[in-house]
Design a protein. Structure first.
Lengths: 763, 418
């Protein structure tokens, strides 16, 4: 979609007349101080952070000396740990001895407290505990009070800027003229509608699959026949169907055709789990179906590999037509039964699916099992029988993990459906989830059972919101302060709780809309956390936002899309070659990307090599795009609608040419808006800075041409001689090869400058 | 880029923490401090098959510590005992004079992530940078490839940006981003004056943006971009030092070593993570693990030889470690599982060689040491990564810096380096 000039040209007189401006920003709300403190906040601030999280937790944890007591507390690594701990404390507070809650007796040494005296009965900590117990008996209702805006002091972008940010993030393009006008006039409600429309575009599903591959890493199998080769030949005798009719000595054409069919088949199989996620979202189905789907998604090519010949494809040659299908003789449980995922995260006889279980917790339950063992453990002290079952040092992780691992019982190390003849290991916790075990009648579909259990857990909602947040922003959700004695811990904790509360509300909207993933995206974009851009001067407790990252360093893929969206051209050798930033043989890895194989973590801040990649990009794209844009009619230009190559600031005698500077500045303002999302008005220092760059470059070059030291022709690579997309040579009259006034090269300098800007490389 | 400009920008970003320990030479002189190389054996290596040997008592022994050799066959090079398997003998006999072995190191976990983090940052919990990143951040954060990583624990806490290496053939184009043809200095996109003008405008704009920006993380991001640009002209020095052909064998450590040393010689790298995997041998341990150890030692030997060949061996500190270790005895699949008592090996200037600190009993349980004499003492101290990190920070001269103070490793000091 091309950006039209409607928004700019009528504004030029206005731009000339008005004063300074800045990026559209909504004023930050100033929240009032809360006079009513909800019990959960009181518990977090006055009890947990103040002493319970360190002092009591030291023994009252899954490995501690008080692990068998009723007061078993969870660490911050457990999602929603504060709510869980508050509920546990509330339950314990109900138990009394001699009319006094045990919760108040034990810390001061009463009721045979194994930990003796921990709190001074006259001290503030004990007083806080007493207040908490009082609140349990006599609940505090703060619903009518002004709780204060958790984002008080944070500057936020408005709806139009949020539209641009979301558009680039979700669909890799700039918003159209029409979309901008709709949101300008209709505000947040219209923004929501535009987002709905954007999430119908294919580019959104490409982005969705890109994000989920960061988790599943199944693109590892994209090349050659790597995915096909993972299928068992006995289970899928037709897996190499594309070779079936190949003669013993095929012609080159026959071999090429077989390779083409192989590649299409391999791609469909490799990306099957990602296509399932995309399909569920595309059809507005409950996102739970990503796990509970009792089918695979196949296209005409993978269907043949699976031996599924009776699927009614509308076009048997369309690789983008996907249908739901079942492979006979095995359970189907969404992505959990993906051969690709099961191979990407394999198991061994001793691992017993624990690695797979860990992934389930990480992707769909917002839990990193390995963080449960952050506390130092002495595993060299393991003696006795079956430590994973019986030793608390080990059970802290194995208790939640092993039942889930057991649910994978029917899938072997090669990702084949092979229910074990003798059932699952008896020296391991029974397959299940939490306190529930898989019924024996469902043993052969234990992953289906697990899918139902996991999606019924509220943590599934939490995980979905977290995933959507990371997909949108590149940021992990804020984490709680693990050590309240560290500087700034209280402020960090406050920010975490505020964001967590927001995510909880988003989760509620998600559930209310039948688990529609798109609802999560919309709610996040419409929320303040996504809109944060700065702090107001003098903001209260700025350390609350120490971890808030309002800008995202674009991934190679996102930057690649942005380059083409903004300039109109890709960064590649030619129109058909792989773009440099997504090519492993070029800059993909250098720029912090992944290969889904050995390199699986993105680099999220630039280093020196990445700075050079960006520099090369900025130079090459300026060379490619500038002259070409001038070769178009003004009405069709993306970059230079307000100037011509003859517009020079001064004549040959050094006198200002009337109107030229204003037009040049207007076009600079246009470029700042298009490249950086900045709105600049005459007099803005940034406008002046860019103008000076243009002016000084032009002046230097013009003098060089006059002196005969600078060529009046553009460098060959930077000339506009042909249509980039078709390669068709333009007629002489259309070409731009000379730059006798050096204005093209001055605009190239400006273009390079903007392509290297923080606000271009970040979003 | 002038050093004073960088200092100014870093101050705007509130990054004074990371700035003070800049190289002593003024201006844009190449880094000339030591090269810090952290070699990570990914998956949990078995020290009892390497530097803390526990052989089989006899062929008849049930549940032996190791089936691959007898206790009577344990080798020794100088003061260092080693398991007589794989390439151990050749390695230890060649390098024992420089080697410090620490046995009985308690990493307090069986978790891969936690163990790796504990070994390489000194802390089990999240938040501390890898030691390589900490050193790079303290003494050379403005270098374009200050911290080079090929894997292992490479979290930087924002002190420096980690650099990965991809197709080194593309590096030439990146070394000369201003040239259309990297080999032709005349083929510029912009005149030199214009390129400088663009760079000056960028710096000024970034300064202005940072002055307006009050969110700490965004300021940090801006500063990282600024710092990343300071070395754009230095990257081309790397192309001068890279070998004509990088190693193409199946040992990933060799290629990683070549790039790390070349980058160091170019003055653009302070520290590097090297990494080799395949040590998580829960099944068929001896047949799988011992060859991996051999590959590891061959890679380290290559690193040392390359350093010697290029004249930087006397300025290179090498630290070798793993997530944790492997259980005493074997499981049902003839493999070994996770075990929290492990070892590390170190060498380089300031690290006394031909020495073993710490010990374990016959079933590889840690024996505490006297905190003064480092002799076995049941009432003494268990050696933990915190002790190693405190000693290494002192060796690197960063223990008193604000950078290091931002990431404290709390514990006692053991005289590990004398």
């Amino acid at each position: 979609m091309r950006w039209r000039l409607r928004g700019l040209l009528p504004l030029i007189p206005a731009l000339l007349a008005t004063g300074c401006g800045s990026v559209e920003k909504e004023p930050a709300d100033g929240g009032g101080d809360a006079t009513c403190v909800p019990t959960d906040k009181f518990f977090s601030q006055q009890v947990w952070q103040a002493f319970m999280g360190q002092q009591c937790y030291a023994c009252h944890n899954a490995q501690g000396t008080a692990r068998d007591s009723d007061l078993l507390l969870q660490p911050p690594s457990v999602p929603d740990y504060l709510r869980i701990n508050l509920e546990r404390v509330r339950q314990v507070a109900r138990v009394e001895m001699d009319g006094q809650p045990l919760l108040l007796l034990k810390p001061i040494g009463g009721a045979n407290h194994g930990g003796g005296v921990q709190l001074d009965p006259r001290g503030p900590q004990y007083a806080a505990l007493q207040e908490l117990v009082r609140r349990f008996r006599d609940p505090v209702d703060c619903s009518g009070a002004d709780g204060g805006d958790p984002l008080a002091g944070v500057e936020q972008i408005g709806a139009v800027d949020a539209l641009r940010k979301a558009s680039l993030s979700l669909v890799g393009r700039l918003p159209t003229d029409e979309e901008v006008v709709r949101v300008e006039e209709g505000g947040e409600a219209e923004l929501a509608r535009v987002l709905d429309e954007m999430m119908q575009e294919e580019a959104f599903y490409d982005r969705l699959k890109e994000y989920w591959n960061d988790l599943f890493l199944t693109d590892r199998y994209l090349s050659g026949s790597r995915a096909i080769d993972l299928l068992d030949a006995n289970d899928y005798p037709n897996r190499n169907w594309y070779n079936a009719n190949l003669p013993a000595e095929p012609t080159q054409e026959q071999q090429q055709e077989a390779t083409r069919l192989r590649n299409l088949t391999n791609r469909a199989i490799a990306r099957e789990a990602l296509e399932l996620v995309a399909r569920v979202v595309r059809l507005d189905r409950p996102f739970t179906e990503v796990l509970t789907a009792d089918y695979r998604v196949v296209n005409p090519y993978s269907a043949r590999a699976y031996g599924l010949t009776n699927i009614p494809f509308a076009d048997p040659e369309d690789p983008n037509e996907w249908k739901e299908a079942k492979v006979p003789g095995m359970e189907h449980a969404g992505v959990l039964t993906s051969h690709m995922i099961l191979n990407r995260f394999p198991t061994t006889d001793t691992n017993r699916n624990r690695a797979r279980a860990r992934m389930v917790f990480r992707w769909f339950l917002a839990t990193d099992l390995l963080q449960l063992a952050d506390r130092p453990v002495d595993s060299s002290d393991i003696e006795g029988h079956n430590p994973t079952m019986n030793n608390p040092e080990c059970a802290v992780c194995h208790e939640p993990m092993d039942p889930v691992a057991g649910a994978f019982q029917n899938w072997d190390a090669r990702g084949r459906y092979r229910p074990p003849e003798g059932g699952w290991y008896l020296d391991m916790r029974a397959p299940g989830y939490g306190n529930a075990t898989v019924p024996s009648a469902r043993a052969r579909e234990s992953l289906r059972w697990l899918a139902e259990a996991v999606t019924a857990d509220p943590l599934f909602v939490t995980a979905t919101v977290h995933n959507a947040w990371t997909m949108l922003t590149g940021q992990a959700p804020l984490s709680p302060a693990t050590d309240p004695t560290e500087p700034g811990a209280a402020a960090r904790q406050e920010a975490y709780e505020a964001q967590n509360a927001f995510f909880t509300r988003v989760g509620e909207a998600f559930v209310a809309d039948n688990y529609n993933f798109k609802t999560v995206i919309k709610e996040l974009v419409l929320g303040g956390w996504y809109r944060a851009t700065n702090l107001v001067e003098g903001a209260r407790e700025p350390e609350r936002f120490a971890d808030l990252a309002a800008a995202r360093f674009l991934t190679p893929e996102m930057l690649d899309r942005k380059i083409e969206a903004v300039t109109g051209y890709p960064w590649s050798a030619n129109a058909t070659s792989t773009h440099y930033l997504v090519d492993t043989n070029n800059y993909r890895i250098f720029y912090g990307g992944i290969d889904s194989e050995g390199i699986v973590q993105r680099i999220t801040s630039p280093n020196g090599v990445m700075a050079n990649v960006a520099a090369r990009m900025a130079n090459e794209m300026a060379c490619r795009a500038v002259a070409r844009d001038f070769a178009l009619p003004a009405a069709d230009r993306r970059l230079f609608p307000a100037v011509e190559i003859g517009y020079q600031p001064e004549d040959d005698h050094g006198f200002e040419i009337p109107g030229a500077r204003q037009a040049i500045e207007a076009n600079i303002a246009w470029l700042h808006q298009r490249f950086l999302g900045e709105t600049l008005y005459p007099g803005d220092p940034e406008l002046e800075r860019t103008y000076q760059l243009f002016y000084e470059t032009w002046k230097e070059g013009k003098a060089g041409i006059a002196a005969g030291t600078v060529d009046g022709w553009l460098p060959w690579n930077c000339r506009a001689r042909s249509d980039f997309w078709t390669g068709e040579e333009w007629p002489e009259a259309q070409r731009i090869e000379r730059d006798a006034n050096y204005t093209i090269r001055a605009w190239m300098a400006v273009t390079t400058y903007l392509l290297l800007d923080f606000r271009f490389l970040y979003e | 880029m002038e050093r004073r400009d960088f200092l100014k920008l870093a101050a705007y970003a509130g990054l004074a923490l990371g700035v003070p320990a800049l190289p002593r030479r003024a201006g844009a002189a190449p880094y000339d401090g030591p090269l810090w190389v952290m070699v990570h054996a990914d998956g949990g290596w078995d020290p009892t098959s390497l530097c803390d040997p526990k052989g089989r008592i006899s062929e008849a022994e049930e549940n032996p510590m190791n089936k691959s050799y007898l206790a009577s066959e344990i080798g020794q090079a100088g003061n260092i005992r080693f398991a007589p398997v794989g390439g151990n003998q050749a390695f230890f006999e060649k390098h024992y004079r420089k080697l410090l072995v620490i046995n009985g190191l308690d990493v307090e976990t069986n978790s891969h992530d936690t163990g790796t983090r504990h070994v390489w940052s000194g802390k089990t919990g999240e938040g501390h940078p890898a030691l390589a990143a900490l050193i790079a951040g303290a003494v050379g954060r403005e270098r374009p490839m200050s911290f080079l990583t090929s894997g292992g624990y490479d979290y930087t806490a924002g002190l420096v940006a980690p650099t990965r290496t991809g197709n080194m053939g593309a590096l030439t184009r990146l070394a000369f981003p201003d040239r259309m043809d990297p080999g032709n200095a005349e083929s510029r996109f912009h005149s030199e004056a214009t390129s400088e003008r663009i760079a000056a405008a960028q710096r000024a704009r970034l300064e202005a943006l940072m002055q307006e920006q009050r969110l700490p993380k965004v300021r940090e991001q801006m500063s990282m971009l600024y710092a990343a640009r300071t070395g754009e002209n230095e990257l081309r020095r790397l192309t001068e030092f890279l070998p004509a052909e990088l190693d193409g064998s199946n040992n990933p450590l060799k290629r990683q070593a070549q790039v790390a040393i070349a980058a160091y010689r170019a003055g653009i790298t302070v520290a590097a993570n090297l990494s080799i995997g395949g040590f998580d041998t829960h099944g068929n341990h001896d047949a799988s693990h011992i060859p991996r150890l051999q590959l590891l030692l061959e890679g380290v030997d290559f690193l040392l030889d390359e350093a010697e060949r290029t004249g930087v061996a006397d300025r290179m500190v090498v630290v070798i470690g793993s997530d944790f270790a492997r259980t005493p005895g074997y499981n049902e699949g003839n493999g070994k599982d996770h075990w929290s008592i492990t070892s590390m090996m170190l060498m380089g200037p300031g690290i006394p060689g031909n020495r073993v600190i710490g010990t374990t009993d016959e079933r590889h349980r840690a024996i505490p040491v006297d905190p003064v004499t480092l002799q076995p003492n049941p009432n003494g101290t268990r050696i933990k990564p915190v002790h190693v990190h405190r000693a290494l920070r002192r060796l690197a001269g960063i223990d008193g810096t604000e950078t290091a103070a931002g990431f404290p490793v709390k514990g006692d000091d053991l005289p590990l380096f004398g």
